[in-house]
Design a protein around this ligand. Structure first.
Ligand SMILES: Cc1cc2nc3c(=O)[nH]c(=O)nc-3n(C[C@H](O)[C@H](O)[C@H](O)COP(=O)(O)O)c2cc1C
Length: 302
C-alpha cells in the first residue's frame, strides 16, 4: 500500500494483506476463510461468554492464521462485556477490535497479555482518546460505512486524511465504503494503510452460508439512496424501511449495510474479492497520477 515493503497493519497483526474483516458475524467460518486468504478474519463478540469460547475454538479448527474478536463495548451491561473479554484473554486470541465505547475500558488489559488492540473511531477527537488509551491501531469508520459511525457523520474523504495527519504514529485502517480495487486505491491515497470490509464480505459465496438470504437480496438490490442512519447512540447504517419493503414485499425486515451496497451486484467468493482488490495493487493509482500530470503538463492555463 505504501512504497515501503513493510505495511504497519500487516506487521502489527502478522497478516499478509492489509485487509481486516469487519465484525459482521459471530459465526467463525467466514472469518476463517478471510484469515486463510491472508487477511484478518473476525468473530463478532456479541454471544454469551460460553458461546464465544466455542466460536473461538471452532475458528481455530478452521484456521491457524491470526484473527480478531470484536467487542462493541456499549452493548450489554459492563459485567457481560467483561465476561466476554475474560474469554478472549483466556483463549489468548491474537487481536481484539473494540468499538462503540471507551477505549480506556479494556485496552491495557488485553495488551498486558500480548493481544493487539485496534479501536474503531468516527472522528478525530475519538482517535485522540484511543491514542491516549494506548491502542495499537485505529479503524476509522466514516458516515458512509455500515458500522457505528457516531453522531457527526464525517465522510471518508475527510476522516481518513484528518486522522492520518493528527496521529501519523498509529497504523490507520479505513472501515467501509470499499467494494473493489478503485475503493481500496482511493482510501490508500487518502492515507489509510489497510481496509476493513463489512458489506462486501457479507455478499460472498461463503457469506451466503452465514447470512439469511434476505440480507443478500437487500444489498444486491440497493442503490445509493437505499440506506439511512439507525437511531440510538451508535447509529449503524441500515436499509431504509420503504426500500426493504419494496424488495422483500410486506416485511419488517431490515439489514445493517453500508452505502457501498450500491456498488455490489455480484456474489463472488472471498478469494475473488481479495484477488480483485489486491491484484495489480497500486497500478490504477499510478495511472490516475500519471493522467493528472499529463493534464497539468498539457494545460497552458489559457
Ligand atoms: C451486518 C453488520 C454487522 C456489524 N456489526 C458490527 C459490530 O458488532 N461491531 C462493530 O464494530 N462493527 C460492526 N459492523 C461494522 C463493520 O465492522 C465494518 O466496520 C463496516 O461494515 C464497514 O463498512 P462497509 O459495510 O461499508 O464495508 C457491522 C457491519 C455490518 C454490515
Amino acid at each position: 500500500m505504501s512504497e515501503d515493503s513493510v505495511n504497519r497493519v500487516c506487521a502489527l497483526f502478522g497478516i499478509r494483506l492489509p485487509l481486516v474483516m469487519g465484525a459482521i458475524t459471530p459465526r467463525p467460518q467466514l472469518g476463517a476463510v478471510v484469515s486463510n486468504a491472508g487477511g484478518l478474519g473476525c468473530i463478532e463478540g456479541i454471544s454469551s461468554p460460553a458461546k464465544l469460547r466455542e466460536q473461538i475454538r471452532s475458528f481455530r479448527t478452521l484456521s491457524d492464521a491470526p484473527f480478531s474478536v470484536n467487542f462493541p463495548l456499549a452493548f450489554g451491561d459492563r459485567a457481560l462485556v467483561e465476561a466476554r473479554a475474560q474469554v478472549a484473554l483466556e483463549e489468548k486470541v491474537p487481536a481484539v477490535i473494540t468499538s462503540a465505547g471507551s477505549p480506556k475500558l479494556l485496552t491495557a488489559t488485553f495488551q498486558a497479555e500480548g493481544i493487539r488492540v485496534a479501536h474503531v473511531i468516527a472522528e478525530v477527537a475519538h482517535a485522540h482518546k484511543a491514542a491516549e488509551a494506548g491502542v495499537d491501531a485505529l479503524i476509522a469508520e466514516p458516515t458512509e460505512s455500515g458500522g457505528y459511525r457516531g453522531a457527526n457523520e464525517i465522510s471518508m474523504m475527510v476522516l481518513i486524511p484528518a486522522v492520518a495527519r493528527a496521529l501519523p504514529e498509529l497504523p490507520l485502517i479505513a472501515a467501509g465504503t470499499v467494494a473493489d480495487r478503485a475503493g481500496l486505491v482511493a482510501v490508500t491515497a487518502l492515507g489509510a494503510e489497510g481496509v476493513q470490509l463489512g458489506t462486501r464480505l457479507v455478499v460472498t459465496r461463503e457469506g451466503a452460508e452465514v447470512f439469511p438470504d434476505y440480507i443478500h437480496q437487500l444489498i444486491l438490490a440497493a442503490d445509493d439512496t437505499s440506506t439511512m442512519s439507525a437511531t440510538g447512540p451508535t447509529r449503524p447504517r441500515v436499509s431504509r424501511p420503504e426500500f426493504a419493503e419494496r424488495v422483500l414485499g410486506n416485511s419488517k425486515k431490515r439489514a445493517q449495510m453500508g452505502q457501498v451496497a450500491a456498488l455490489i451486484h455480484d456474489v463472488p467468493s472471498v478469494a475473488e474479492v481479495i484477488e480483485e482488490l489486491f491484484a495489480g495493487g497500486p497500478v490504477h493509482a499510478q495511472e490516475v497520477a500519471a493522467s493528472l500530470q499529463r493534464v497539468a503538463a498539457g494545460n497552458t492555463g489559457k
